[in-house]
Design a protein around this ligand. Structure first.
Ligand code: AMP
Length: 544
């Protein structure tokens, strides 16, 4: 453990990635194999590898208590010391420094204690185990043991750098190391395979999630096809929860984009279990009603519930739209093309099956106009936009590349006219800086909101002079003004409200810019507001 601590300290002292990789690879070469495997896991800031779901079940306050006991420190000092360091591990080192350093423990001993902890139940028993370990450690060793137990080393070392260090230490191709780590979900096992030159025989382990491939945002369809043509597959962009489904015989587990398990939709598992063979599917869980998707806010109601609520299952039914197949019966499909993966997927699960799980339809488009049309169709069907994918692309876990693109609806703004103004507060008390604005309904102007922010001081000053001269009614603090100043406002969403004449209110409105180029006759209408309002009911913006 002493060498491990020294390496962590030197890694933390440099900001250069190459130096970090070099230091860690030296450590791996120096340690006995099993110690090196534990070091690799610990260097990712975890007591156990990814795929291992055991938890230590030890809280920070227990650790702090043990450290105070060993250090024979005054518990009342603890708060002060913690605030000074902001990290439990650093605090422990500080408190234990005065204690004479004792024998060095091996990384194997640390690993052994970690694996005993989930097995003992009571807090008291756990504390005995930890105390035994810490008593034989130096201050620096306790510091890093605590950092591992609380889940963050804070030495600027990402898992990808640990992979690089393994490749360097054993002189293996980085790709092979990365792949083995992804397949096994165990960086310790990956190190062992690299050391024994056995990376090629590493096989996928089902039931631990692999990284999700991500889409790059674009503003227009033209960005996807810079030459104006080329074949792409266009899918609807679902506003639900991205999910990776692992299935073998009757066992099914579903993982989220944060690689956590999703357990809230057990009714879907019945359908997954019926699919043939061993599979990993990628897709989206959607709330659905009749022929349209329900807003994400509805789906959200089903999340985070400990107890199954059958009524909610009925109230907010869900579907799973599969759009990729990553693994099938012993074969990892990441290096097959999207077209090949889809062909396999469609054989297992037909597109647009009316059942609870189905393969998402993909439209073949070869021009910008065709993509635009698919985009409009997707919005009309109640979705959030489209995801456009290159048919010849491979699946690249965890990466946002130039193979998948997402095209969402542009953020809506409204062009409105100022119909009343008020004096501001504080240093703006002499300026007319609070604006009430309106939209048009035929010949009428109806108020819809108020905004205070977004204009420059110079614009507010000029505006004050203008409004003083164009006041229709002077009510002291408030003035009704001639509808002449057009501006563009952004907002978070639209609500129904009795506060304003239009019957709607904008939430968190802010002025984007003045629109002197736009006549009042061309500002946005109540009809457009009603449309935007209706659309957000089916299209909330808070996607996962
Ligand atoms: P965003 O949340 O805007 O970053 O968009 C990315 C998310 O879109 C993904 O993580 C998926 O959850 C979701 N998504 C919806 N439909 C698809 C689709 N057809 N293909 C891939 N991702 C999709």
């Amino acid at each position: 453990m002493r060498r491990f601590v020294q390496t962590c300290e030197t890694v933390s002292a440099t900001t250069k990635k190459t130096a970090k990789v070099e230091l860690v690879s030296e450590l791996f070469k120096l340690l006995p194999l099993e110690d090196a495997a534990s070091a690799a896991i610990f260097l990712t800031g975890r007591p156990f590898p990814h795929r291992d779901e055991r938890v230590l079940g030890v809280g920070g306050s227990q650790l702090a208590k043990i450290v105070t006991e060993i250090a024979k420190a005054d518990p009342s000092e603890l708060g002060k010391s913690y605030r000074a360091h902001g990290d439990l591990g650093d605090m422990a080192e500080h408190l234990l420094l005065k204690r004479p350093s004792t024998a060095d423990v091996s990384l194997q001993q640390v690993a052994k204690t970690f694996s005993q902890l989930p097995e003992v139940r009571g807090a008291a028993q756990k504390m005995v185990l930890i105390k035994n370990l810490f008593e034989h450690m130096s201050a620096g060793e306790v510091k890093y043991a605590i950092k591992i137990m609380t889940g963050d080393l804070r030495i600027g070392l990402k898992e990808s750098l640990v992979e690089e260090a393994i490749a360097k230490a054993f002189d293996r191709p980085l790709d092979a190391v990365r792949r083995a780590n992804m397949l096994t979900g165990d960086i310790g096992e990956t190190l062992r395979s690299a050391a024994l030159d056995d990376l090629a025989s590493v096989r996928m382990r089902l039931f631990h999630p692999i990284g999700f491939m991500l889409a790059t945002p674009v503003e227009t369809a033209a960005e996807i096809l810079p030459d104006g043509h080329g074949l792409v597959l266009v899918e609807e962009k679902y506003d639900g929860i991205r999910a990776q489904v692992h299935k073998s015989a009757a066992s099914v587990r579903v993982f989220s984009r944060t690689l956590d398990e999703i357990v809230e939709f057990p009714e879907l598992n019945v359908f997954f279990a019926k699919l043939p063979g061993e599979l990993i599917l990628d897709g989206e869980i959607l709330a659905w009603h009749g022929s349209r998707p329900l807003p994400f806010t509805e789906l959200q109601k089903r999340l985070g519930r400990k107890q199954l609520d059958l009524w909610l299952q009925h109230e907010i039914p869900v579907r799973f739209a599969a759009f990729d197949l990553l693994y099938q019966d012993g074969t990892l499909l990441l290096d097959e093309t999207l077209e090949q993966r889809r062909a396999r997927l469609e054989k297992i699960l037909p597109p647009r099956d009316p059942s609870a799980i189905y393969t998402a339809a993909a439209i073949r488009c070869e021009s910008v106009a065709a993509i635009q049309q698919a985009f409009q169709d997707s919005l009309a069907a109640g979705h959030e936009g489209i995801v456009v994918k290159r048919p010849e692309s491979f699946y690249t876990p965890g990466r946002r590349g130039r193979s998948w693109f997402k095209l969402k609806e542009p953020f809506a703004t409204l062009d409105v006219v100022v119909t009343a103004v008020e004096y501001g507060h504080g240093k703006r008390h002499s300026l007319l800086s609070d604006y009430t604005f309106s939209v048009r309904d035929g010949h009428q102007l109806l108020t819809i909101g108020k905004a205070y922010s977004g204009l420059t001081d110079a614009e507010i000053k000029a505006g004050t002079e203008f409004f003083l001269q164009h006041t229709i009614e002077d009510l002291g603090a408030r003035r009704t003004v001639e509808p002449a100043v057009v501006m563009e406002v952004a907002f978070n969403n639209i609500q129904k409200s009795q506060r304003h004449e239009s019957g709607y209110a904008l939430r968190f409105p802010r002025i984007l810019r003045l629109r002197p180029d736009k006549p009042v006759t061309e500002i946005d209408t109540l009809e457009r507001v009603a449309k935007l309002y209706a659309r957000q009911i089916t299209l909330p913006r808070n996607n996962q």
